[in-house]
Design a protein around this ligand. Structure first.
Ligand code: KG4
Ligand code: ZN
Length: 349
């Protein structure tokens, strides 16, 4: 039987070129394909993403990534894939990277005569836990989005209706992992490697600041923590022994997770939600995944914590296709990439 809707998702907001086919049927998604061409190795050399380099790489791989995502999708006798719409990330992100995905999606939608919807990248992370649930989560919900570019607490009244409660005032949580890794001479991206060291370290070895943990709002700040790590290394030198590095990583990670968990639990209490959704690259962090679940069980009544499967934590196009399911297509292709697109802003057509 044909699904209610089959969506081709395209994502190029930063340094992953991704395409996916997702089917939506009766309140649940099925991911048919999820192709990601990562540029991580390319950007490891520069310890961060160089926009021009990222855009060139998107251009060279996007066609083959989309072709691979469409393998297995039935085609009409004319060779047009039987999809019901195309969903593409239109922001936030790097302008040059976003443009490649948006222009490719517009071209395909025009040639294949398919509806096109623009998707906010943060909304993609916000729905990523829904890709593997039997039934969409109960609303209202609270989402903690923690990625390389964003740290946001968002209240979800209905799918597609969002209210930003708070955000980082400086560095994003993932950015803090990346900058601290750079400082310690570890590779990019910093999150995975720091969390690996952290598993072997003592999280109470060094007392790093928990900025804004008790502040009367839902904002975050991580640049002070990064500076505290810098001062620590200036005073004591870079960790010479493996155990010192492990302890430093564990203590840093603990400080980040303490703040994220405390603020999320408080926001959930204040806004009386039924579900907490976790999303974004930092949601791959096992300490954060565990601690948020434990805290919700201990401190909140009947609130379910939804955590994306590991493969959907970092940037992917399945989450973009899923978010695209929740929006109407206007039938027009006039929207443009918007590097500053905020989650609570209206959808652009
Ligand atoms: O969502 P994402 O793939 O890209 C953005 O939209 O930014 O997130 C990438 C971020 C990077 O900063 C990376 O260091 C972080 O996610 N990250 C992690 C872990 N895995 C990836 N941070 C902490 N622990 C991890 N295990
Ligand atoms: Zn992302």
């Amino acid at each position: 039987m044909r699904p209610i809707m089959r969506i081709l998702g395209i994502e190029t907001s930063c340094d992953e070129t991704a395409a996916a086919v997702v089917e939506a049927d009766g309140g649940r998604f099925s991911v048919r394909t999820n192709i990601i061409a990562s540029q991580a190795a390319l950007h490891a050399k520069t310890q961060g993403v160089v926009p021009e380099v990222a855009a060139r790489e998107h251009v060279s791989v996007i066609t083959s990534v989309i072709d691979r995502a469409l393998e297995g999708t039935p085609r009409t006798p004319e060779g047009i894939p039987e999809i019901d719409r195309i969903a593409v990330t239109a922001g936030p992100g790097l302008m040059t990277s976003l443009t490649i995905g948006v222009e490719t999606a517009k071209t395909l939608a025009s040639v294949w005569r398919k509806p096109l919807v623009s998707v906010n990248h943060i909304e993609g992370h916000l729905v990523s836990s829904q890709l593997t649930t039997e039934m969409f989560s109960s609303l209202p919900a609270l989402a903690l989005i923690v990625s390389g570019g964003h740290t946001e607490l968002v209240r979800i009244r209905a799918w597609g209706q969002y209210e930003k409660l708070g955000a980082t005032r400086d560095d994003a949580a993932g950015e803090a992992f990346d900058k601290v890794a750079k400082l310690l001479g570890l590779e990019y991206p910093g999150g995975p490697i720091i969390s690996q060291h952290a598993t072997r370290g003592n999280a109470s070895a060094i007392s790093f600041p928990r900025s804004m943990i008790t502040s009367d709002d839902f904002d975050f700040s991580f640049s002070g923590l990064k500076t505290a790590v810098l001062y620590h290394t200036q005073k004591h030198g870079l960790p010479a022994r493996e155990q010192e590095l492990d302890d430093l990583c564990a203590s840093f990670q603990q400080a980040v997770v303490d703040v994220l968990v405390a603020k999320t639990i408080r926001a959930a209490k204040t806004t009386q939600v039924r579900t907490i959704l976790l999303g974004g690259g930092v949601s791959a962090n096992c300490c954060l995944r565990e601690r948020l679940q434990i805290a919700a069980r201990e401190e909140l009544k009947n609130v379910v914590v939804m955590i994306p499967e590991l493969s959907y934590t970092t940037d992917n196009a399945a989450m973009i296709a899923a978010a695209g399911f929740f929006h109407e297509s206007s039938g027009s292709f006039t929207f443009r990439p918007n590097p500053q697109w905020a989650i609570e802003d209206p959808f652009e057509h």
